[in-house]
Structures are given as structure tokens and as C-alpha cells.
Design a protein around this ligand. Sequence first.
Ligand SMILES: Nc1ncnc2c1ncn2[C@@H]1O[C@H](COP(=O)(O)OP(=O)(O)OP(=O)(O)O)[C@@H](O)[C@H]1O
Ligand SMILES: [Mg+2]
Length: 267
Amino acid sequence: MIQRDSSRTGTGSSRLAPRVGRSSLRRRWQLPVASPDPAAPAIELRNVSKRYPGLPPVTALDRVSVRIDRGEMVAVVGQSGSGKSTMLHVMGTLDQPTSGSVLIEGIDTSALGDDHLAAIRGRRVGFVFQRFFLLAGVPILDNVANGLLYTGASRPQRREAARSVLERVGLGARMQHRPNALSGGETQRVAIARALVHEPAFILADEPTGNLDSASSAGIMDLFGSLHAEGRTIVVVTHNEQIAAALPRQLQILDGRLEQDIRTGAA
Ligand SMILES: Nc1ncnc2c1ncn2[C@@H]1O[C@H](COP(=O)(O)OP(=O)(O)OP(=O)(O)O)[C@@H](O)[C@H]1O
Ligand SMILES: [Mg+2]
């Protein structure tokens, strides 16, 4: 059973859980991807809009242009419903814009098919979702190791990588726990471990400290700080003003528009 919130996810669920077999996924993972341009920004949105049809239709993103350089750490802030999750999903190619382009390391993703997008996500992007996607009856060690199922790594290799990343997030003593036997902060750290297990260059985190006390939030932000210090590009959606103010850059979203792009001067 998948432990997930059944409310709307803000993205096409078919992309989150493609109904294809394991060998086909492995082939996708191993597809050659056009070489990234080393001089290009990590992520660039060019005039991106996302409209959801319906009565009434919703413009979740409205002509957003932004570039995020490699190694940056950026907060995304804005009211509930302003388009933050949508922007993160579009940046990570989980969702496609209605118009405009998304470039990942200089590669225009609108020109790529689903298989190539899956390969980019699989190799380059680590998502920490606003709602967790953990298998309820499965020890967290395997929940994390399963993130490497399609890489061709053997089971012992997958488990070793999972062990190491769970230790890094401070869950070395909880590896055999099921997700329902963890606290909220621990569950959040499993979600982060799962996002990190394939050593992604970009980490896109949607409210990784939502519903956590301040000590747990600080622990998680310290972890992101050390990942940033390793040179990874990190985008964090947060409602927490203190967290946002402590990051070097803040994107403020209002009604789907990029209202302000602030360099805070924080380290
Ligand atoms: N699949 C969808 N179909 C229709 N409308 C959607 C869909 N997903 C999101 N929306 C709408 O798009 C807008 C932006 O949603 P989004 O999830 O990006 O907001 P958010 O800023 O992340 O909010 P929160 O802080 O509550 O997580 C909202 O008005 C939402 O209702
Ligand atoms: Mg959201």
C-alpha cells in the first residue's frame, strides 16, 4: 500500500507513478541524454505558464522567467495556492508547462520525450515531495534502496547506498522501522534520504520542514546546508520566513507570478 495523501497533488499523477514494467524503466534510466552545457545555468524557466483546465481554469504559473545557477541555494515562498509546488514540479520536469520553456543544464526539455525526461530526473534530480511517497509496510532501508531499483545496481549495492544515506540524515538507528513507526521529522528525513540516494545534482524540496518543530526544522536545514556546501543546487519551498531569510536567495511567488527575486546576502 502506498502511503500518500489522496488530495490533489498539483501534478499529473501518471508521471509520478508511470505504469510501466521494471525493465522498461531500467532502459529509460540508461538512455543517453544530450550532453549538458557546462556553462549553462542549472535550471532556467523562460516565460513559463501552467494552466489547468476546468471551471474555472487555473493559471498556476503566469509567464515566469528565472535562472538558477549551479550550486545556488534558493527559497521559494508565497501564499498557499500561489504556484510554488507547480513551479518546483515544472523545474524538475515532473510536469510540463502549457507554454514557455524549461532548460536543465542548457538542455531544452520541451524537445525531449518522456523517456529522456525520466532519464534526466532519474540521474540529476532529487525530489523531496510535499506529500510522502513511502511504502507503508516496508522498512525504511528498503524504501530508500528502492530509489535505485532502475539503475542496474545490485540489491546489496542498493542497500549499502541506502544505509549510508540514512546514516547521513541521522536515521542509522531506525533502518528497520516501517514508515508508520516514525515521527514526522524522521519521516521527512526518510523522504530526503530517498531523494539523495542516487546522488542528484539538484535537490528540489517542497516544504521539507512543514509540520516540524523548530529543532527538527533546523536539523533538516543544516543537512541542506551541508549538501549545498558540497556544491549541489538546492531549491526549497517553504512557508517559514526564518528559513527563507537564512537562504542566499528568495523567489517570491504571488498568484503564479514571480513577484520578487531577492538576494538576501545570507551565506
Ligand atoms: N491538478 C490540478 N488541477 C487544477 N488545479 C490545480 C492542480 N494542481 C494545482 N492546482 C491549482 O493551482 C494553484 C497552484 O497550486 P500549487 O500546488 O502550485 O500551490 P502551492 O503554492 O504549492 O500551495 P501550498 O502552499 O498550499 O502547497 C492552486 O490554485 C491549485 O488549486
Ligand atoms: Mg505546495
